[in-house]
Structures are given as structure tokens and as C-alpha cells.
Design a protein around this ligand. Structure first.
Ligand code: BDP
Length: 712
């Protein structure tokens, strides 16, 4: 199997299990229009039950006598059940009695219910259930970072399924397949182009192409949206300016938006990255970010569209690494705090989960506490940009949950990010809050570049629907759906996945120091020396004696003070700051003793060994699954896990050696710098190469490197 069907394989259950299933012989899909999600649901039920149970069912579109599987909306259903109140996209599922009822609040909900029923059948769960379920939030989107030329920014699975050579792709087969996967996890919207947007997406041809893409996804209830480049009126429209208060600019966006809606009448809306990392924005004209966002909001409003305006705004050119007070972590709140209440009501501010950038561990973004009159959505990242880029198994929900379960204590009241804030309940914004995840699937048949990485996409949808959903239960469902019902397979994948994020944190960056990766390059592999003096503001402040960013109010950058009082006090005080975020908030000597009783430096050493040891068990654990699944996915995964085990050692030794060199403090277990089996290149006989000292010295284990004689 090549992974193309993801968790929707509908593999035949064993005969003895099939016998236990009692499924009605007819499907009644209460909509005969082929592009409707209810029609799709009927077809999907037929396909799924055909696969899982080997039964061929008829699909009709009219209610009939006798047992059946009825799928439709609450408006079209005339069955006898009393259905609890359903919210937008919610559904009722009853498998009790002769008739299976799958009733959505809308068409999308009905389709979600059909997938839910199929998920139960595929997992051989034939129990009678009757319940209603509603989403925690209305916005459950994915963001693709696809470039118009067909490449994908931070994409690890080949070229785009949406674009090629600056135009939309005409064959929409993969688009439909992707929409099917998204619908099955209740994702209802997708932005298909990079936040670093190319205005050429607005060409006539591309608008027509967007229409086709939207048509391909509509039967699955997935709405299309696009990223916009703020400077488009000038760079694409030929106007003299892109000032958001200029009448000609406003008129240009209005007519461009109207045109877009002619092609895509149900366009979900826009995503905008402005004044960040070189992107243009309203600040270019001394206008506020809200004035910029509102310009798009007003163009989209008559069509029912929304604007997801990103809070990832920081000016990397003005960050000055020699000034202790400058701190990129402060940027989002500094920019947006004053603007709360000044955004139109169809603007949603999309906030990355932490204040920097998708690190292996970050504290919850404090901005969620400041957007009281403005709707907010969280931005997660399924693409593992800083987390091993799909070459490492890293199951992400435990990381996401550190943020979603965090209580920001706004005004001293319970304000849990997932259930209170993103649900819209805390600040009365229901209907316009939620979730976005950077996903970046590509043409590779595994979608993400790795079979196991798909558990993150699956889990994302489940968690956006219900942030209290248990990450282990989600993983077990995904495993059964993806690899079948074998207990060893499920237990092994669950054990490995649940150990994977802690292991990755252990062998990359601990105690809140961030992922110690190559900041200026691909964000892959160890490169702690790049974590200071870089223009991106991702700093560790490591020197020969001490490490960590002091972000206290009393002595540091003041970031801790961006949180509501209870949380601010927690992080201000080194005693109450949890070890796992110590170096995010405080600058301490390497000899500082943690709550665990270890020094910071010894914790670094030990954690890196522990993480690599865990990764070393992955290929061994996986090897035991041979024969319990198809050979292709077994081998492809074995290859990646073996690579990960090796790369974890590279991480371990690079980081440990680096801090050993910087601090000069020996490892109490005498491992760091002492690998009897390790052969340094500079100790070998060299031809055509020479050994030189390296600057800075701490980057090489022996303080020396090997260079070609001609210096190339
Ligand atoms: C960073 C990525 C960069 C993105 C940026 C963003 O490295 O490629 O453009 O975030 O989210 O993490 O805008």
C-alpha cells in the first residue's frame, strides 16, 4: 500500500468479525444532487461498507419502508428520533434499532456523521450508539503553503497538488482525494496558497482555476480560501499604491473580490500575512494592521467571507541582537494589544501557538488573552518544520495540548485556550473562532512524506472538533484505521508515538531553549551556534557561563508581563517557572540547579542521551511488526525510523559537544566528548585536505575542522 487512502482504506474485516455486523441493506441519502455532501455521504457509505464488510448496498434518495441507513439534514429527516440540538456542522448518529440515522445540522454535518459511522465499522465497533456531537469551533481550516510555481514552502512531500508553473493544476483528482481526507476529520476550509503570497493567483486564468478547485472540494464540504499579497494592487493591478485607505486601492480590492466570488460563490475568505518577514502591509503606509485587515474584511463581507489576519507580525530588520530589551517574543502582543476592538466583525486574528515560531516547546501565546473583542484562531503546524520535517516520528498532539489546555486566567477567571477561548465562549465570539493548521501535503502518495506523520493530520481534525479528545484514543483509532486491528501494531505505534515528542525535545532543545536547529537555513538538523546573533530573533543568550533569555519584567525583556497577572507572576519567579520552560524565561548559570536536583548542563547532557536512546528503540520496536502489515508501508517506515535513530545521535553529540565546549563543564558520566569508537576526521591520514582551527571554536568537537586544500 502506498498510503494514498490514508486512514480511509476500508480494508475488509476478517470473516468472523464481518458476521457480527448487522448493517441495513439500503442507504437512503436524502439529496440526489451529485455535488451535495449528502449525496457524497451516500456514495461514501456504499464504498466503505463494500470494502469493510464486502456488502453491496443500494443507494436511493427517497425514504422507504424497512431498515435502512438514512443520511440527511435535520430539515429533510422525518424519522421518529428526538434529536438534541445541533449546531452548525454538528450531527446526530444513531445505530440503535433497525435503522441507522445519520442526521446533520447541515449537509456537511451529515457527511461527517457518515464518516463517523464508517470509522466505527472499520474498527469493528458494532455497538449501538445514539448521540449528537457539535464542533468546539466553527473554523477548522488547513493552510497549505503552496507556491504558484508548484514548490511548497516547508513542504516535505513533493510538489503541489494545486499549482504548477504559476497556474492552477487542471487535473483535480488529488484535490478531491485530499478534500475527502479533510472532510473525514471535519476540516471545513482550506487556504491553498502560501502566506508569502504571489499576486498572480488573482489572474483571470487562475480565478477560473480556483473555481474548478472549489468545485472539486464542494461535494466534500470543504470551502476554498486564498492567501493575499498586500501589495497586489500595485504589483499586479498596476496602481500607484497599495495604501489601504486609498480609494482606488479599496475599489480595486472590492472589484477583485467580487470577481473571485463570481468564480467561487462560497469562497471561505482570505488569509493575510502582512508586515512580517519582508512581506508588505499597511504599516508601509503608516496605517494600522486593523486598517489593513478591515480593507479585506469589507470587500469580503457582502459575500459572507471572512479574513484570517495573521498575528505573526514582526520586523526582523529592526531586531537588534545586542540589545537585551529587544525580544521577538514580545512582537505579537505589542502589535495587536492596542488594536483589540478595532477589527471588523468578520476578521479573525490567527495566532501561532507560541510567541516565536512552532518550536519544540513554547509557552502559550499571551495574545489569546488580549483579543477580547476580536475573534481569534490558533495556528498549529502539522508540517514538522522545526520538528524533524517528517523524517522523524513526532506525534504532535501532546505538544498542542500544552497550549490548548493552558489556563490563561484572564481577569483571574478560568480561560483555558481550547475550551474557553478558541470555542468563543470566554469572550462571546462563538461562530467565528477556531483552528488553522499548516499542513503542506504534496504529490507524494503518503501525502505528508511519511506514513506515520499522517497521525498528526488525523489528530488535528479530531482536536479542532473537540480539544478535550484524548490523544491516545485518537492515535489508537488512527492506527486501527490505517494499519488494521492487530493489537501489537496498535500498541507499538501508540507507545512509539507517545514517546516521540518527549524524545525529540530531549535530543533537540530542552528546558524551553527552543529547537536548537539551523535558524538561517532549512530549520533541520542541529545548529546551536546559529541560535544567537541571527536576525530572526531566535536567541538563547548562551555564553561561557550561562544560558537562557531573561524575559522577566524585573530584569529582562518584559515578555512575562504580557500574561494576565496570575500567569505573569508564575513565570516572573524562577521558583515557580516550570523546568521545561526555565530557559525561555530566565537566564541562569549552567550550574543552576533545577527542581529535579540536576544542574542545567547535566540535564542537557542526560536528556540528549535519553532522547537518542528512545529513538534507538523505534526501529527495534518497528521490526517486530514485520508481517503484521503490508510490506511497502512496513519497509518505508522502517527506513525512516532507522534514519531517525541515527540522526538523533547526530543531534545528541552536536548539542552536547557544543555546550561542553562552550561551558567547559564535564559530563558527570564522562560520556560527552568521550566516544572511544568515534573517529575524528582530523585524526585520519588526509590527502587533499587539511586541518584548521574553526571559528567559533565551539562548533567542532575537537575545535578543528577538515577543509579541502583549495578551500572550496
Ligand atoms: C516560519 C517559516 C516561514 C514562514 C513563516 C510564516 O520558516 O517559511 O513563511 O514562518 O509562518 O516558520 O509566515
Amino acid at each position: 500500500e502506498d498510503g494514498l487512502n490514508g486512514w480511509l482504506r476500508y480494508a475488509r474485516l476478517p470473516c468472523d468479525i464481518v458476521k457480527q455486523a448487522n448493517v441495513p441493506a439500503t442507504i437512503v441519502a436524502l439529496n440526489a444532487t451529485e455535488s451535495s455532501p449528502v449525496y457524497t455521504a451516500g456514495q461514501e457509505l456504499k464504498k466503505g461498507i463494500g470494502g469493510i464488510l464486502g456488502k453491496t448496498l443500494d443507494v436511493t434518495h427517497e425514504t422507504r419502508e424497512g431498515p435502512s441507513i438514512v443520511v440527511g439534514t435535520i430539515n429533510t429527516f422525518d424519522g421518529s428520533s428526538t434529536i438534541p440540538e445541533l449546531e452548525e456542522d454538528g450531527f446526530w448518529l444513531s445505530t440503535q434499532g433497525d435503522t441507522v440515522e445519520i442526521i446533520g445540522q447541515n449537509e456537511r454535518g451529515a457527511l461527517y456523521g457518515a464518516f463517523e459511522y464508517l470509522s466505527m465499522l472499520a474498527q469493528a465497533n458494532f455497538t449501538g450508539v445514539a448521540y449528537a456531537t457539535n464542533p468546539s469551533a466553527a473554523i477548522r481550516w488547513v493552510n497549505q503553503w503552496d507556491n504558484m510555481d508548484g514548490t511548497i514552502e516547508r513542504g516535505y512531500a513533493g510538489l503541489s497538488i494545486f499549482f504548477k508553473d504559476n497556474v492552477t493544476i487542471s487535473n483535480t483528482t488529488r484535490v478531491e482525494q485530499y478534500a475527502r481526507l479533510l472532510a473525514s476529520i471535519r476540516v471545513n476550509g482550506i487556504i491553498i496558497n502560501n502566506v508569502n503570497a504571489n499576486p498572480i493567483i488573482l489572474s483571470d486564468d487562475n480565478m477560473a482555476g480556483l473555481g474548478k478547485i472549489a468545485d472539486a472540494m464542494r461535494p466534500w464540504g470543504v470551502k476554498l480560501g486564498i492567501s493575499l499579497n498586500f501589495a497586489s494592487p500595485q504589483t499586479f493591478g498596476g496602481l500607484a499604491s497599495f495604501d489601504p485607505l486609498d480609494e482606488t486601492v479599496i475599489a480595486w480590492w472590492n472589484s477583485t473580490t467580487d470577481k473571485l466570488y463570481e468564480h467561487v460563490p462560497d469562497l471561505a475568505g482570505f488569509l493575510v500575512k502582512a508586515n512580517s518577514e519582508g512581506q508588505p502591509g499597511p504599516i508601509t503606509y503608516n496605517r494600522t494592521l486593523s486598517e489593513g485587515a478591515n480593507m479585506f474584511a469589507r470587500a469580503a463581507k457582502p459575500h459572507g467571507g471572512i479574513v484570517m489576519f495573521r498575528a505573526f507580525v514582526y520586523d526582523y530588520q529592526t531586531l537588534n541582537e545586542s540589545n537585551w530589551k529587544d525580544d521577538r517574543a514580545n512582537a505579537a502582543v505589542d502589535f495587536f494589544r492596542e488594536l483589540d476592538g478595532r477589527f471588523d466583525d468578520n476578521v479573525v486574528v490567527q495566532v501561532k501557538y507560541g510567541p516565536i515560531d512552532f518550536q519544540v516547546r513554547e509557552p502559550t501565546s499571551p495574545l489569546f488573552a488580549h483579543l477580547r473583542q476580536t475573534a481569534s484562531a490558533i495556528e498549529l503546524q502539522v508540517a514538522q518544520e522545526y520538528l524533524g520535517q517528517q523524517c522523524h516520528l513526532v506525534y504532535l498532539p501532546p505538544l498542542w495540548k500544552t497550549v490548548l489546555n493552558f489556563d490563561l486566567r484572564v481577569d483571574g477567571e478560568k480561560s483555558v485556550v481550547g475550551t474557553d477561548i478558541l470555542s468563543g465562549k470566554r469572550f462571546n465570539k462563538k461562530g467565528l473562532t477556531g483552528y488553522a493548521a499548516v499542513v503542506n501535503v504534496g504529490q507524494n502518495t503518503t501525502w505528508l512524506g511519511s506514513h506515520l506523520a499522517m497521525s498528526n493530520l488525523y489528530a488535528y481534525g479530531r482536536i479542532a472538533w473537540d480539544p478535550t479528545d484524548d490523544e491516545v484514543a485518537i492515535l489508537e483509532d488512527w492506527t486501527r484505521l490505517t494499519f488494521g486491528l492487530d493489537n501489537t501494531v496498535r500498541e507499538t505505534i501508540t507507545r512509539m508515538s507517545m514517546a516521540s515528542w518527549p524524545a525529540y525535545e530531549n535530543y533537540t532543545g530542552n528546558l524551553g531553549i527552543q529547537t536548537l536547529t539551523d535558524i538561517t537555513g532549512p530549520h533541520y538538523g542541529p545548529n546551536p551556534q546559529s541560535m544567537d546573533n541571527n536576525p530572526w530573533g531566535q536567541w538563547t543568550r548562551a555564553d561561557a557561563d550561562s544560558i537562557g533569555m531573561d524575559r522577566t519584567v524585573s530584569n529582562g525583556t518584559g515578555y512575562a508581563g504580557q500574561y494576565p497577572a496570575d500567569v505573569a507572576a508564575l513565570y516572573e519567579d524562577i521558583e515557580t517557572t516550570p523546568d521545561e520552560l526555565l530557559l525561555w524565561f530566565h537566564h541562569v548559570p549552567y550550574t543552576h540547579v533545577l527542581k529535579s536536583g540536576k544542574t542545567v548542563i547535566q540535564h542537557f547532557y542526560d536528556a540528549h542521551y535519553a532522547g537518542a536512546e528512545t529513538a534507538a528503540t523505534f526501529p527495534q520496536q518497528w521490526a517486530k511488526l514485520q508481517g503484521l502489515m503490508d510490506q511497502q508501508r512496513f519497509e518505508e517506515t522502517a527506513f525512516r525510523l532507522t534514519y531517525q535513530a541515527g540522526h538523533a545521535i547526530v543531534w545528541r553529540d552536536s548539542i552536547n559537544q557544543f555546550y561542553h565546549n562552550v561551558s567547559g563543564i564535564p559530563d558527570s558520566q564522562n560520556r560527552v566528548g568521550n566516544h572511544p569508537w568515534r573517529i575524528e576526521a582530523e585524526t585520519m591520514d588526509l590527502q587533499g585536505y587539511r586541518v584548521t582551527a574553526v571559528t567559533p571554536f565551539e562548533v567542532a568537537s575537537g575545535l578543528q575542522i577538515v577543509q579541502t586544500i583549495d578551500n572550496s
